[in-house]
Design a protein around this ligand. Structure first.
Ligand code: MV4
Length: 450
């Protein structure tokens, strides 16, 4: 029985997990870097321990410090949140060796899905349609050239151990290949300690649609709907919504079937996300899998009425999904906007003291954040400072609700991307639902990097 959980994260997701612990009667333990001593998750948690200086590698990525604290304070489990150590198979292994429950899938599954080429091969074996490509790592330029010729330009170079868009380059022709291969491989080596890439056909126009799954220890697989994540800028998601209105029931059923086959093929447990691309003919292509909770899990919570963090904890504690008797019901429409501390014109990170904070409210308006009045936003970590989520019966009403909530939101003392999000939510292409992955590239005239 899990009675104490150490949250190995910070910011809004750490606050989110502390809240779930409180509602479950579980003692929550926060860890923090010295510069985070005034952070909200520290004051909300039942216990808190400083684990090191501001650099993530010396604190939030410091596996030894985190495991020492977990052991010393008697935490039976660690929740990694997202990012940081959440998809670090070595950390999940160390937790196991320390007899501490890692709230997530087994290390072997994290490792398998973390090698994106192996993930693609695994899904192909499971009969899941994947993006056309090499589905195997390339480490030298000649391999890349032959795969690219075979696949046909334009192609995308992606980091084998990557995810979330780092190390991705779009290559339009053979002249560009060597230069982009070298820069993508260098970025991948720097970000993931693995410079290996793989090559994919660049599919366009497409929507980026992902499926939320929840799997328990009894091999039950719950499909918790899909999310449209096509509103991305420079490989960073800005807005997500559920359901994806471009899907008809037949295609949605196909998508859910593929997700179920994928989850079964890897004997998945816990919360996970399967990422697909949907082309203009309604064809689906598996792209990659995330073996962690995602930032945008919130929109799936709103349309299913399920608390995903609580279910992660229950499943890690050996419970099975009782709601499956009635089945999963998907209702209404949810939209999430990511609020980033950045200058709207150039996207540069912004930091400083929050001089005025007004959080929008009203029925089905949710703001997940670690901000508070007079909080000092630090320059050392991710620029996302909050997630504004709305829920309504229809998409039209959800869009109106999001616009009203964005207009009501006040964050003074730092720059944020509120105005850019209002522009998006008011855009008629967005409103039509017909937008695809080039929506923001066109809107903000960005150079497509991949
Ligand atoms: C793709 C793609 C088209 N074809 N892969 C993967 C990581 C994510 N951040 C973007 N990803 C994509 N992978 C193939 N083979 C389209 C996207 C994509 C995208 C690409 C450029 C600009 C915005 C985008 C938004 C969503 C998905």
């Amino acid at each position: 029985m899990i009675s104490k959980i150490l949250i190995a994260n910070r910011g809004e997701i750490a606050v989110r997990i502390v809240r779930a612990c409180k509602e479950m009667g579980i003692t929550s333990v926060a860890v923090f870097s010295d510069v985070d001593k005034d952070a909200l998750h520290v004051s909300l948690a039942d216990e808190s321990y400083c684990i090191g200086p501001y650099k993530a590698k010396d604190s939030y990525l410091n596996m030894g410090a985190i495991l020492s604290i977990a052991t010393a304070c008697g935490a039976e489990a660690i929740h990694p949140g997202y990012g940081l150590l959440s998809e670090n198979a070595e950390f999940a292994r160390l937790c196991r060796e320390c007899n501490i429950i890692f709230i997530g899938p087994p290390p072997e599954v994290i490792e398998k899905m973390g090698k994106k080429d192996e993930a693609l091969r695994t899904m192909q074996k499971a009969g899941v349609n994947t993006v056309p490509g090499s589905a195997q790592a390339v480490t030298d330029i000649n391999q890349a050239i032959s795969f690219a010729e075979e696949i046909g330009y334009p192609v995308l170079l992606k980091a084998r151990s990557g995810g979330g868009g780092k190390g991705i380059r779009k290559v339009d022709n053979s002249e560009q290949l060597e230069r982009l291969f070298l820069s993508a491989s260098a970025e991948a080596a720097n970000s993931f300690n693995d410079g290996a890439l793989y090559v994919e056909k660049y599919l366009f126009p497409v929507k980026h649609v992902e499926v939320q799954i929840l799997c328990d220890n009894d091999n039950n697989i719950a499909i918790l709907g899909e999310r449209d994540c096509s509103v991305q800028r420079k490989n960073q998601k800005m807005l997500e919504e559920s359901p994806c209105i471009a899907l008809n029931n037949k295609t949605r059923a196909k998508l859910f079937e593929m997700a179920k086959s994928a989850a079964k093929a890897i004997n998945y447990t816990g919360a996970g996300t399967l990422e697909f691309l949907l082309d203009g003919q309604g064809k689906l292509y598996f792209m990659e899998m995330n073996t962690r909770l995602q930032v945008e899990h919130t929109v799936s919570e709103m349309v299913t009425g399920l608390d995903l963090v609580k279910w992660q904890i229950r499943i890690a504690d050996g419970m099975n999904m009782d709601f499956l008797k009635e089945g999963v019901s998907l209702n209404g429409h949810a939209i999430e906007c990511r609020i980033n501390a950045e200058k709207s014109d150039n996207g540069m990170p912004s930091c400083g003291k929050i001089s005025l904070l007004h959080i929008p409210g009203g029925p089905n308006v949710r703001f997940d954040t670690a901000l508070y009045q007079d909080y000092n936003v630090l320059p050392f970590y991710d620029s996302m400072i909050g997630k504004l989520i709305v829920y309504a019966k229809t998409r039209e009403e959800a869009i109106r609700k999001m616009k009203a909530a964005l207009c009501e939101l006040v964050i003074e003392g730092i720059h944020c991307n509120r105005e850019a999000l209002i522009e998006i939510i008011e855009d008629e292409e967005f409103e039509s639902g017909r937008y695809t992955t080039d929506f923001l590239t066109k809107k903000f005239k960005d150079k497509v990097s991949g």
